[in-house]
Design a protein around this ligand. Structure first.
Ligand SMILES: C[S@@+](CC[C@H](N)C(=O)[O-])C[C@H]1O[C@@H](n2cnc3c(N)ncnc32)[C@H](O)[C@@H]1O
Length: 277
C-alpha cells in the first residue's frame, strides 16, 4: 500500500532541480524534427494546488519554487513559462508535475507514457491528461512496465525515473531497471531523481552507476543544508546520455540556486561527470 502523495511536496527544492533538468533535456530533443518518446515511470498526479490542505501542511514549495522570482532568473525562462501556463497571471497557485511539463512540450509526432501506481493519483492524472491522444496513462508498476516500451521506434527518448524511495528496495530497483532498459535502448537519455536522506544510500547508487559499464553519466545535485540535518538535505539527478550543453547550463545555475535556496551555511551543489564518453 503506497502512502506517499506528491501533493505534500510539490514545488519543493527537489522538484525545482528535477524539473529544470527535465525541461533542458526536452528542449534539446525538440531541436530535431524526428519524433521522440517520453516515459515517466513514476508520474504522480500531474498538477498540484499549492493552496490544498496537503500542500499547506508542510509548505515545502515556499522553500523551493516560492523563493525564486522569475525576473531574477532569465536563464530559467522556459521553466517559468511552463509554470505560468498553469497559473493566473503573476500568481503561483498551481505547480505542474513532470507529466504536465512534458505534455506542454510534446509535439504532434511525439508520445508520452506515464506510469502511476497510486489508485487515486492515477485517476487525477487521467483527468489532467484527458483528451490528449499522444499520452497514455498506465496504472502499473513503472519499474516493470518500462522495459516493454523499449526501444522506441525512433530510437529517441527520455526516460524519467522518479520514485519516492518510500520503500528501501526502490534504490536497487532504480539501478536494476535502468541497467535493463539501457541494454535495450542505449541511445535514449535517462534522468534519475534522488533525495539525500541517508548519504550512504546515494554513495552506493553512484558507485553502481560508475561500475555499470554505462558511458556518459552526469550528476547534478542541490544541497540546501548539511547532511547531518534530519529529512531531505539535498536532492539530485543522475543523467545518462545528457545533451552536451546541460553541464554548462547547470554549472551556471546551480551555484546561485544553492545560495538562494540555502537553509544553512553548508548549502552547496555538485556538477560531476560520473562516467565520461
Ligand atoms: C516523486 S512522485 C512523482 C513526481 C512526478 N514525477 C513529478 O515530477 O511531478 C513518485 C510517484 O510514484 C508513484 N509510485 C510509487 N511506486 C511506483 C511504481 N513502482 N510504479 C509507478 N508509480 C509508483 C507514487 O504513487 C508517486 O505518485
Amino acid at each position: 500500500m503506497l502512502s506517499y502523495r506528491h501533493s505534500y511536496h510539490a514545488g519543493n527544492f527537489g522538484d525545482v532541480i528535477k524539473h529544470i533538468v527535465l525541461i533542458e533535456i526536452l528542449e534539446h530533443l525538440l531541436k530535431k524534427e524526428a519524433p521522440f518518446e517520453f516515459i515517466d515511470t513514476h508520474a504522480g498526479a500531474g498538477l498540484y494546488n499549492l493552496h490544498s490542505e496537503q500542500a499547506a501542511k508542510l509548505k515545502e514549495y515556499a522553500k523551493g519554487v516560492g523563493k525564486l522570482n522569475p525576473n531574477d532568473w532569465p536563464e530559467l525562462a522556459s521553466y517559468f513559462s511552463v509554470l505560468a501556463r498553469h497559473n493566473p497571471p503573476g500568481k503561483l497557485d498551481y505547480y505542474p508535475g513532470s507529466p504536465l511539463i512534458a505534455m506542454d512540450c510534446l509535439r504532434q509526432q511525439d508520445r508520452g507514457w506515464f506510469f502511476e501506481l497510486h489508485s487515486s493519483d492515477v485517476e487525477i492524472l487521467k483527468h489532467n491528461t484527458a483528451g490528449n491522444r499522444r499520452i497514455k496513462v498506465m496504472h502499473q508498476d513503472g519499474f516493470v512496465g518500462l522495459s516493454g516500451l523499449l526501444p522506441p521506434a525512433s530510437k529517441r527518448g527520455l526516460i524519467l525515473v522518479d520514485p519516492s524511495y518510500e520503500i528501501k528496495s526502490d534504490y536497487n530497483r532504480v539501478f536494476d531497471s535502468i541497467a535493463r532498459a539501457y541494454k535495450k535502448s542505449p541511445t535514449c537519455s535517462y534522468a534519475i531523481w534522488y533525495p539525500v536522506v541517508d548519504r550512504r544510500l546515494i554513495n552506493q547508487l553512484e558507485k553502481k552507476f560508475i561500475n555499470s559499464g554505462i558511458k556518459k553519466i552526469e550528476q547534478y545535485e542541490l544541497s540546501v543544508c548539511g547532511d547531518l540535518h534530519k529529512g531531505m538535505t539535498a536532492s539530485g539527478m543522475i543523467v545518462i546520455n545528457p545533451p552536451w550543453q546541460l553541464r554548462d547550463k547547470m554549472l551556471h545555475i546551480l551555484p546561485r540556486l544553492a545560495k538562494t535556496l540555502a537553509e544553512d551555511s553548508a548549502a552547496s551543489f555538485k556538477c560531476e561527470v560520473l562516467v565520461g564518453e
